[in-house]
Design a protein around this ligand. Sequence first.
Ligand code: ADP
Ligand code: NG1
Ligand code: MG
Length: 486
Amino acid sequence: MSANGNGHVGGAEHVEVQKLTSKAKIYTRLQELGTFYKKQFGEEPEFYVRVPGRVNIIGEHVDYCGYPVLPMAIDQSIILAIGRTPKDSKLQLRNLDEGKFSDFSCDLKSVNIVLPKTGGPAWYNYYLCGVKGIQEALGGKWRPLGMKVALSGNVPPASGLSSSSALVSAAVLATAHVQNMPLDRKELASISASCECYIGTQSGGMDQAIAYLGKAGCAQHIEFHPKLKGTPIVLPVGKCFVVANSLAEKNKAASSDYNERVVECRLATRWLAKHKKLPNWRQVIRFIDLEDACDLDNASYEKLVEQVLIKPVYTRADICKELGITEQELETQFLTPNTQHMQEFKLRQRAAHVIQETGRVTKFRDICEKLAGRANEQDTLKLGQLMRESHHSLRELYECSHPDVERLIDISAKCGVSARITGAGWGGCIVAMCDSIDAAAEYINVLKREYFAHLPTHILERYQANDFNDAVFATFPGNGAELYVQ
Ligand code: ADP
Ligand code: NG1
Ligand code: MG
């Protein structure tokens, strides 16, 4: 425990303000960013922020339904170097990767997030989400205090390792510190989760929660209901998790795919709530809320979905008839701005995935807790099976895989390695569980030979330089957000 710069007591619950020394794990990266900051702004930064990406081990596309997930923070992170300019209200943003991400500045008196009609949002909008989040949290106490910011990121973007939320959460932490707010981890995680919605995706809170609650050495079982809670989970001893990036990028805010799934889950929940005669069925939009209201368990929930949501595809007319609403109501009250075009809804498949995946998260957690870090062949085989079942469900019921991801999964299966797509999907990464560090090294070599060496030349050129080590690597649970002063 130590006092942070805001006069609050630091420790597990708070982001501690630490003195930057050469012992910091990412000292070299911070130094490099500090040098860039100095070149850009002509002075030293006052403080640094580091927020990690994450890999989700199991529990995909369930967070926005209120259900628990099991991610771990990874080494790759977004780092910021920040200086305050309290005499003006200007935000000045620079990215170390200047070729890809151009400079941005604006007046903090009017924060405006403008999203394009097509294509992904400009990178700085993710930072603005964070600023807006703190502005809203502070309400009348918000002051438009100027900030000079240099950013550097090595979380592969648009690949399911949560580069977006690392960026948004870093902006939240930096702005909170500039505004002299208490740096409560759970509060900052909740603010970060709510404000990322300004980028257009109606996400759950997994990425922002692990960004703040991550602890070295453990994965986290994260619950959102009735309130945010993280429980450290010791992974089976000896097992080694490997991330492999298909390199098929998918920017989640550039298409409607993610929100389509959210909309289908919300409609399925309302359909079931109406079937159960809940008077407030319109407001019941997360599966977990219906579970509470009707006292369902995982098995009875699955049965309810099977018995009530019988059609493979529902039309707009089907939904309007069942819910007793007009098409106009459907569009204005039930669909999001970017899902107005939806004609067909796969309520049965989406609901089945969410309920079954939730069952798998419980089983995975229970096995890890029973093993308490030990290795037991029978039990770890079950963990592998749960990961494979999760992937199968994401491909078949949730339809969020990608042909390149499937190639990675097929190669993994041939190696006898259990793997699944991680993150939102439609491209991006897989996470695989190997029996040991040596087995992981062997598996990584096979992937390099059988997948990465066959990529098109323009991609090969980018990754060959470091032998694809940025694209396929063993990963170990790391700490959540950190703040360093010079
Ligand atoms: P992910 O699965 O990585 O979270 P998203 O589609 O949600 O993917 O977000 C990716 C977007 O986040 C990028 O297109 C970019 O706008 C932004 N981003 C990620 N990393 C960086 C970075 N280092 N610098 C600037 N913007 C970044
Ligand atoms: P990625 O792929 O990192 O953008 C998204 C959501 C998560 C969760 C997963 C699927 C955001 C910020 N993140 O992750 O909340 O729903 O997909 O499990 O939208
Ligand atoms: Mg994201």
